[in-house]
Design a protein. Structure first.
Length: 135
């Protein structure tokens, strides 16, 4: 059974694009890979340009092997006019990730059942997960 997720990017002009990932959406997999390998908005844009995919990998090229377009399916890129449109109409899964420009730096945010549906910085989600695992 897959742990589905979405991955989104808020562009400098305020628009947002989002794609779907079927497998391993949880923090220890997709969250970690996104934080380590996709914190550069230009690299993330290349990932999103693939459209939806089955499995997130450490490089765009490796992830492309799992892209739905490889099977002849649609790109599956959801586009939103701004962050408000995204928040109101987001295609939500078990984990939703978005990279946003904040204070001249790109920052990851996540929303899941563990965050009670609230968007929190990805670093905070990792910290909360560590604390709950220690208890």
């Amino acid at each position: 059974m897959g742990t589905r997720s979405t991955i989104a990017l808020e562009f400098a002009d305020g628009t947002v694009e989002q794609v779907y990932c079927h497998w391993d959406g949880y923090l220890d997999h997709n969250g970690t890979i996104l934080a380590k390998h996709y914190s550069d908005p230009f690299v993330l844009r290349d990932l999103i340009d693939l459209g939806g995919f089955s499995s997130l990998r450490e490089t765009v090229e490796a992830t492309a092997e799992t892209a739905y377009t490889q099977r002849g399916e649609d790109l599956r890129i959801n586009k939103f006019k701004d962050i408000q449109d995204y928040r109101e109409n987001v295609y939500s899964e078990e984990y939703d990730y978005i990279l946003c420009p904040r204070n001249d730096k790109a920052q990851w945010f996540v929303r899941s059942y563990a965050t009670e549906g609230n968007w929190i910085p990805l670093e905070m989600a990792f910290s909360q997960q560590s604390v709950s695992e220690d208890n």
